[in-house]
Design a protein. Structure first.
Length: 363
């Protein structure tokens, strides 16, 4: 396969900030792809470490690599938007600077798209959980069922299931049609104001009217989850508000597709209950600076929210015993019981993080 001298088949956008520890492996993982018609845009988000030096060294040695330097640190969303703006390929792939991918990923996607073009390709991933010391503790594969869809009604039926598998929100297990993306004028929202949800909101808007989709039952993307760096361990004051927004956006999409039903509400209610439990658990952290009375009020306000009644009461947890118990406790709307349960979860999360991750993923 020859390197393209005109429009590359794939544009790969890699935001990079303080990524010197992992960047070289990430770049060489792209260079090792068996399909070679691509360009790699490394968007340096004003890193203070050796990230720009490493990126520029690789760009000098490989003409397919371009380095874009942001004038100031603006966050991952703006870095992706800059890469999107500069991209020249037919299809677009976002990757993280600390992750890796199997060398045949792009070739597999290319073969699929050559057989049947589509507005989106979604593949699976391998979650890799690392300890604070950098030791790989365990892996958790997630992959969609194979499907090649060219009817809009069939495409729309897939996304709620993908969200249940946590495969809808991520941008890096997807290949986007760049011309369609630009036609929409779509951009990632500011990460600093939309932590946790900027990716899913982007994908919801992109998928709203697509009519072609490939689902590949493979797990070629290695998503590193490091306990000492993960955003999921960071205290974010607006965690609940942001995730409530996620659920509202998903429900709005289902309504737009005329797919609002008891089954839909059951799925969304189960997802919503997870975020509620996570918010209650996070409030146990000293960083929340919440008093006992404030935690109780927080809990009562959630139970009084119309969205709780509209969705959580329909919720059914089928993937793990722990979540079934959590949902049953939540449906009682008993503030004392729910706060006690959240406290127990918090202790497990902080004292036994690997066990917590296994329970959370249903393993």
């Amino acid at each position: 396969m020859k390197d393209s001298v005109k429009q590359p088949y794939f544009s790969i956008v890699m935001p990079a900030y303080q990524a010197e520890q992992y960047l070289c492996r990430a770049i060489e993982g792209i260079q090792g792809q068996t399909f070679r018609d691509w360009e790699l845009l490394i968007v340096n988000d004003c890193s203070k470490d050796a990230t720009p030096v490493i990126a520029e060294e690789h760009a000098r040695e490989d003409a397919r690599i371009r380095v874009i330097h942001q004038p100031e640190n603006r966050g991952v969303s703006e870095a992706r938007n800059r890469g999107l703006q500069e991209a020249k390929g037919r299809y677009l792939w976002f990757v993280d600077a600390d992750d890796e991918a199997d060398k045949t990923l792009l070739e597999t996607v290319w073969k699929t798209l050559e057989q049947q073009p589509a507005q989106m390709v979604i593949f699976g991933l391998l979650e890799e959980y690392y300890s604070g010391e950098g030791r790989l503790e365990y892996t958790n594969p997630r992959a969609p069922k194979e499907a090649h869809l060219t009817e809009q009604a069939l495409v729309r039926k897939e996304f709620l299931g993908l969200e249940q598998q946590t495969l809808y929100g991520y941008p890096w297990n997807k290949i986007y049609d760049l011309s369609y993306l630009r036609k929409l004028g779509l951009k990632f929202l500011d990460y600093r104001e939309n932590k946790f949800v900027e990716d899913i909101l982007f994908n919801i808007e992109y998928c709203m009217d697509i009519d072609s989709l490939h689902l590949l039952p493979i797990t070629p993307y290695h998503y590193a989850k490091r306990s000492n760096e993960s955003l999921t361990n960071e205290f974010v004051k607006d965690y609940y508000v942001l995730h409530r927004r996620r659920i509202e956006a998903l429900w709005k999409q289902q309504k737009y597709w005329d797919q609002d039903s008891p089954e839909t509400r059951s799925v969304l209610g189960s997802l919503y209950s997870r975020y509620i439990l996570s918010a209650l658990t996070r409030n146990c952290d000293k960083k929340s600076e919440m008093t006992g009375n404030e935690r109780r009020k927080f809990c009562r306000d959630i139970f009084a929210d119309p969205l709780f009644e509209e969705l959580v009461t329909y919720g059914k947890a089928s993937d793990s015993t722990a979540l079934k118990i959590a949902l049953a406790v939540m449906k009682t709307k008993n503030v004392t019981c729910n706060l006690a349960f959240a406290r127990m979860i918090y202790l497990v999360k902080t004292k036994l993080p690997v066990l917590f991750s296994r329970v959370k993923s249903g393993r």
